[in-house]
Design a protein around this ligand. Sequence first.
Ligand code: ATP
Length: 255
Amino acid sequence: MIRIENLKKKFKRLQVLDDINALFTEGQVVSLIGPNGSGKTTLIKTLLGLVRPDAGKIFINRQQIGNDPAYREHIGYMPQIGRYPDNMRVGQLFTMMKDIRMKTEAALDTDLLVKFNLASIFDKPMRTLSGGTRQKVSAALAFYFNPDILILDEPTAGLDPLSSEILKAKIMEEKQKNKLILITSHILSDLDDLTTHVMYLQEGKMIFLKGIEQLRKETGEEKLGKAIARIMNGEKKSALWIDEVLMLETNNQSN
Ligand SMILES: Nc1ncnc2c1ncn2[C@@H]1O[C@H](COP(=O)(O)OP(=O)(O)OP(=O)(O)O)[C@@H](O)[C@H]1O
């Protein structure tokens, strides 16, 4: 469904994506994991055509992506930070997106719109929304057109616990429909029940891409955070980062 071949991207002298190769197929939930600045968002943006790679090829549903943006209709994207026209009202945003995509009402997935009760804020201008509410709008939009591929960049960041659970349940439902889901998160416990594959990036390099069962077998660890920490044991820098994440998560759970 998505094939990435020898993908490279530099920002000035910084090699942000360093010869990435990967194949993602339907039914997979691929967790993109790595420290801040490791290239996760840049990788996502190259898939969406928002960042132009210096070299390499990307195939989506067997079509090599180039200048024609039509392939994006297959993708629902939830950005890390959703940017919307300030004065546009929430309801107008959904109407505008619908008009652009020209889908009929029947084909739309309004599940999250309903569960997050977004109709009650349809009159509010986007600039007045709280960070979490903006996230809910981004989430509802990503799923709205029932895409085959979902790309979710830190989807639960900023959501309250109940909304986070609603979103995770929705992602799980879509996984069951055999969609391909790419997801980044620093909250590794959020990914535990969802993940089928882990792609680990560090300083623009893909350190590994493994099935979760293989990862669990190799490490003897059930939890994603602990499994990755074990795999990365030889790599001092990453092990340190994972240790910090685990410590934070333990603190969060005990609070
Ligand atoms: N438009 C840009 N111009 C210059 N440098 C950029 C640009 N976008 C990203 N970078 C740099 O590329 C590197 C990778 O950034 P990216 O956002 O892909 O990391 P990330 O893994 O998603 O990080 P995080 O976990 O913090 O979200 C960082 O060093 C970042 O500063």
